[in-house]
Every structure is written in structure tokens, then in C-alpha cells.
Design a binder for this molecule. Structure first.
Ligand SMILES: [Fe+2]
Ligand SMILES: [Fe+2]
Length: 478
């Protein structure tokens, strides 16, 4: 009897070891083989960017063909009854082209299938969905940091695989219909990193909204990769891109490049976006720099300037929620107005009609901060909630007419470690009436002068790195 038990336990143990080995090997083999078998497709960098409204999208990829690039879009997977959209092209630094097609007339609450074609190339059939009404879920990540690394040829593959796991786990928890990424998608600003960023099929099967982190500005490939629906509104911007807005459900997303100090440009952008969307209830701003976290003391001088420049605009235009990155430290601020706390969020998980704005930062996907319990970093005076962890964090944001609920997760864990809800009972919510202050005009103007000189510095940096772009384009950002 005892021998039988021993034998059974032995067999069970062997089976468990074998099975766990198989599943582990399968998980790693899966991504690596996908990556290796689809190298050419991954290098096309196909992805779907938002359009201004839910009835529009922009689909982009790399092509050798200057002309004759098209995207077919259909409501059925077999591409029956597809509508064809022509893509325009711009030449890239690498000698090929970046193609972009504007997709229009999409209906709400539908799944659309698409395939990109250039000469003899046709992409697999991917898909994306449009939201219906006010309800939708977004995946918010930041500092994904896909990194080219001379010492590790597999770094881009492995880090893209980490991001693939994040998207896949978020998809299991919610019906994600947009991926919001708050900058530093790439570490060196190189094309291979961006292609890695959108290499997961789950990324190509969604709408991906990116913006400029400081690392994205290390080179110029972001300029050709990004397909954001920018509008010319004058002012100085960066050579790689600028601000853009889009509306999804009942929310206006204000996507801003805070590498750019031109306050007059940013102000004009927000004003135009708000004016174009008067009936939209929620306003969410997103940019790279962590304004309130205060967790990295040597960055506070820079943060102080960006706070002076940007926060009065967010107050004036009654922004409800700000999503940021850069510090790689997870924080949720108090309700803040006029750069001061008006309500602490330390011991609460929801606010209704807050009299100000909530600022949030998520952790990095591929560069989470290490934690030294004996030497924890400081926390900003306006921060209500934070964690010190070296775990990978992602967030699911559930939008509805009356509320935005943030659910934050650690990778590979089932339950959220934090939730926070902002509710509004009217379009204005509790936002105070903004009193204009002439100092803000002066700061915005000085920001423009700073941005000019900063761009000249960037032009010289890029030239030193063998990237000679036209001087005028680099300085005013066209
Ligand atoms: Fe970063
Ligand atoms: Fe950064």
C-alpha cells in the first residue's frame, strides 16, 4: 500500500515537473517563434492610431512603394465588401516610406477588419473595434521602454514580449478598445524599438494612442512611426511630433508633448480642442512628465517649470484626470487646483464632483524601479496614494457617462492592487471658475523662446549623431 502510494506520488511529481516544464517552454517558445516567423511583418510596424472621432482611424506601416499603398477595411473577417482607402507616403531616414491612410465613416459599436497592401505585400487581416455610447475601457501604460541594446540582441524581442503579456492580461480582464501610452515607448527612439512596441498581434488588433517621451526624442524615427491626428495650429513643436486630441465615448483626450516648452502652442491646442468639442463631458490630458510625484529630487527643478507652464491650463480648461509617466513611480495625487491640494485622496477610493484635477503616474513596463526599503524616495506634497514596488504595473480605465474608474494591476496577478473612481454629476462637475492671470501669458511666451533654443540644441545633438535634418524643420518642428 505504502509502496503504491509512493509510486503514485512519484508519477504525479514527475508529471507536474514535466507539465510545468512544458508550459514554461511553451510560453517562452510561443513568443520567440512568433517573433522569428513574423520578422518581416513586424518590421512593417503596422498599427492603428486614433482619428479625431470614433468614426475615424489612421492606419500606418513601412513600405518600399511611394505610390499605390492601400488599406482595405471590412465588417467581416473574410474581407467581404471591403472599402479601400488610399495611403499617402513620406520618405523615411532609412530610404523607404511611411504610409498612412485615414479611415473614415466608421459606425459605433462595431468590429472592423483591415489589411494593408503595398506592391506584392499584404498584411495579415487584423481588426479593431469602435466604442458605442459613453462606455468603453482603456489600457493605460507608460514607459514601455523597448530598448535596442548592443550587449543583448534579444532585448527588443524580449521586452516586446513583456508588453505583449501586459496587453493580453488586460484583454482577459476587460474589453480594451484603446491603448494609452504616456511616452518613452522606445529607449533610443529607434525604428526597431517602435516596431517591437506594436509587434504583439493584440496591439495591431486595437487602437494605440502614443505620445512623445524624452527618450522618443533621442532620434527622429518617432516622426515617421507616429500616425497621430495632429493639426497645424502654429507655434513651436518638436521635430518628431506635437499635440493631438481625440474623442472616444464621452471623453476628450488631450495628448501633449511636454518635452516642448512652447506654452503658447499648448494653450492654443487645448483651446481649439475644447472649442471643437463643447458637449463632451470628460477631459483627460496625457503627457510624459511626472509633475507631482516628487519621487526623483534631481528632476524637481525641471518639474517646477513644467508645473508653472502646464497646470494653469489644466485648471482653466477643467481637466478631470491627467495621465503621466517618466518617473516610473506609481502615484495618484490629491485633488489639486492652483497647484495646491484641495482634497486629500490618501484614505478614499472615490471622489464626486472634485473641485480640481487628479494626476496619476503608472510604473514602467520594462524598467520598473528597484526598491531599497532602507532608502525609499521622497513623495510629493500633493500625492495621496503611491506604491514602492519593482513589479510591472498596468491600469484598466473604465469610462462611463458618470465616472472614470481606474483599476491598477501588477503583471501576472489576478486582482487589482488599487482602484480609484472619479464621478461627475454634471458636465462642469466641481471645477471652480478660473480667474485669468497675466503671469500665465508671460510664462507661456517665455516657454516659446525656451522651446526655440531647446530645438536648436536638439538639432545639434542629432547632427552629432549623424542625423542631418533641415535646420528650419528642426527648429520650428515641421
Ligand atoms: Fe522612462
Ligand atoms: Fe522619460
Amino acid at each position: 500500500m505504502r509502496q503504491n502510494l509512493k509510486r503514485t506520488l512519484g508519477i504525479l511529481l514527475a508529471a507536474i515537473i514535466l507539465l510545468s516544464g512544458v508550459s514554461f517552454a511553451w510560453a517562452s517558445f510561443d513568443w520567440e517563434s512568433y517573433w522569428q516567423q513574423n520578422g518581416e511583418e513586424i518590421a512593417r510596424g503596422v498599427y492603428v492610431a486614433p482619428g479625431h472621432t470614433e468614426s475615424e482611424r489612421i492606419i500606418r506601416w513601412y513600405t518600399e512603394e511611394k505610390d499605390g499603398n492601400t488599406v482595405a477595411v471590412s465588417k467581416s473577417e473574410d474581407m467581404n465588401g471591403a472599402v479601400t482607402f488610399t495611403a499617402g507616403t513620406v520618405p523615411t531616414l532609412q530610404g523607404d516610406y511611411s504610409a498612412e491612410a485615414e479611415i473614415k465613416n466608421l459606425k459605433s459599436g462595431k468590429t472592423y477588419y483591415y489589411t494593408c497592401s503595398s506592391g506584392s505585400y499584404s498584411s495579415p487581416v487584423y481588426h479593431f473595434e469602435t466604442a458605442s455610447g459613453s462606455d468603453f475601457s482603456a489600457l493605460y501604460v507608460t514607459d514601455v521602454h523597448i530598448s535596442l541594446d548592443d550587449r543583448n540582441i534579444n532585448s527588443v524581442m524580449n521586452q516586446s514580449g513583456k508588453f505583449a503579456s501586459v496587453i493580453s492580461q488586460a484583454n482577459e480582464k476587460a474589453d480594451i478598445s484603446v491603448i494609452l501610452s504616456a511616452g518613452d515607448q522606445a529607449s533610443e527612439g529607434r525604428r526597431a524599438e517602435y516596431c517591437g512596441f506594436v509587434s504583439p498581434v493584440d496591439a495591431k488588433n486595437n487602437t494605440v494612442a502614443i505620445l512623445e517621451g524624452n527618450h522618443d526624442r533621442k532620434y527622429v524615427d518617432y516622426k515617421y512611426f507616429n500616425a497621430n491626428p495632429e493639426k497645424e495650429n502654429g507655434g513651436i513643436r518638436s521635430y518628431i511630433g506635437g499635440d493631438y486630441w481625440f474623442v472616444k465615448g464621452d471623453c476628450l483626450f488631450l495628448m501633449m508633448d511636454t518635452n516642448n516648452g512652447d506654452g503658447m502652442y499648448h494653450y492654443g491646442f487645448i483651446k481649439e480642442a475644447v472649442k471643437a468639442n463643447p458637449g463632451v463631458k470628460w477631459r483627460v490630458a496625457m503627457f510624459h512628465h511626472d509633475l507631482l510625484g516628487g519621487r526623483i529630487p534631481h528632476r524637481e527643478a525641471e518639474n517646477k517649470l513644467i508645473r508653472l507652464l502646464i497646470m494653469p491650463m489644466l485648471d482653466e480648461f477643467a481637466v478631470d484626470l491627467v495621465l503621466m509617466g517618466h518617473s516610473h513611480y506609481y502615484t495618484i495625487s490629491n485633488v489639486v487646483y492652483n497647484r495646491k491640494t484641495v482634497l486629500s485622496t490618501k484614505d478614499i477610493d472615490s471622489v464626486t464632483d472634485p473641485a480640481g484635477t487628479v494626476y496619476m503616474v503608472s510604473g514602467s513596463i520594462n524598467r520598473p524601479r528597484g526598491v531599497d526599503p532602507d532608502n525609499l524616495p521622497p513623495v510629493g506634497e500633493n500625492i495621496g496614494q503611491y506604491v514602492d514596488t519593482d513589479k510591472v504595473i498596468y491600469n484598466i480605465l473604465d469610462f462611463s457617462e458618470d465616472s472614470i474608474t481606474i483599476k491598477s494591476y501588477y503583471l501576472d496577478e489576478e486582482d487589482s492592487f488599487n482602484t480609484f473612481t472619479i464621478s461627475k454629476t454634471s458636465q462642469a462637475g466641481g471645477h471652480p471658475k478660473f480667474g485669468k492671470n497675466p503671469v500665465n501669458y508671460v510664462v507661456r511666451f517665455l516657454g516659446r523662446i525656451y522651446a526655440l533654443f531647446n530645438n536648436i540644441g536638439k538639432y545639434n545633438d542629432l547632427k552629432e549623431h549623424g542625423c542631418d535634418i533641415p535646420f528650419f524643420d528642426a527648429v520650428i518642428g515641421r
